[in-house]
Design a protein around this ligand. Structure first.
Ligand SMILES: *[C@@H]1O[C@H](CO)[C@@H](O)[C@H](O)[C@H]1NC(C)=O
Length: 264
């Protein structure tokens, strides 16, 4: 009979799309055929089904679901090859989820499920914040990621780069993540480029920015300042020695006095 003759298939692996771009959600009828009086419904699976796009063969009507106006497209000219894929446009983070392709005619119905994962990536910037003690403060920032990204500083010739890195991730109202990371590098640690890499594990995509720090921009300790601190330290030591000598002399004197009193 007809119901066993046909099968419907979606995508085995999740389909990945990027925020603001378009994606094709595949759905294939096999063997390829266009059934007479075929109805197609694309729906999103949530707590209940949400209609995304509907096609009724009688009278060739097409209707996008509420919230999907101007964002959906079916290709009826490809139906004859069993292709009832849906194009979803201008992707939003809320489009993440499972979609069902539901096909029905007078005698039977079939369905196939495809998962959509919407990702967002954004450019990465490095700011030079200026001198921080003996070193230079750097900040790496990037806004507009989904899901939560990972941030990494990389400097092949910088030994202590992994130390004292402070990274903050925040989520904004549109469910996008921003990341900011601070690091202080000192000239003694190395030379060459320092990169900041932000990575989206879900889609295995990364963005990065690099900076070259020339040794000229590191704060120099002036020889006069060094001499001042050396002198200051000497004065402190001398004062300490004097205080100690004074204290022991005083103690000796009072001891002498006490023993004299005892003798009397
Ligand atoms: C189905 O049709 C769409 C739109 O023409 C096309 O982009 C897609 O490659 C087709 N899929 C297959 C499996 O032929």
């Amino acid at each position: 009979s007809v119901p066993e003759k046909f099968s419907l298939s979606g995508s085995q692996s999740p389909v990945v799309g990027f925020l603001g771009q378009d994606v094709l959600l595949p759905c294939q009828l096999s063997p390829p055929a266009q059934l007479p009086n075929m109805d197609v419904q694309w729906r999103k699976i949530g707590q209940e089904f949400i209609l995304v796009h509907e096609y009724a063969d009688r009278g060739t009507q097409e209707l996008p679901g509420a919230g999907y106006q101007n964002r959906t497209e079916l290709f009826p000219s490809d139906f004859s090859s069993g292709n009832i894929s849906l194009k979803l446009k201008m992707l939003q983070i809320t489009d993440n989820g499972k979609y069902q392709c539901f096909v029905r005619d007078a005698e039977w119905s079939h369905e196939a499920i495809t998962e959509l994962r919407v990702a967002a990536v954004a450019p990465v910037f490095i700011d030079v914040l200026g001198s921080r003690g003996q070193g230079i403060g750097l900040a790496c920032r990037s806004a507009g990621w989904f899901p939560k990204p990972e941030l990494q500083w990389v400097g092949k010739n910088w030994q202590n780069l992994a130390m004292d890195i402070v990274t903050d991730v925040t989520e904004d109202r549109e469910n996008l993540y921003s990341v900011v990371s601070h690091v202080t590098v000192t000239e003694r640690e190395g030379s060459g480029d320092i990169s900041c890499i932000v990575r989206n594990r879900m889609v295995d995509t990364e963005q990065q920015s690099a900076i070259h720090l020339s040794s000229d921009i590191f704060p120099r300790v002036s020889p006069w300042l060094a001499a001042f601190w050396a002198l200051f330290a000497l004065v402190l030591i001398a004062a300490g020695i004097c205080a100690y000598l004074g204290y022991t002399a005083k103690q000796k004197a009072s001891q002498k006095k006490r023993s004299k009193e005892e003798a009397q």
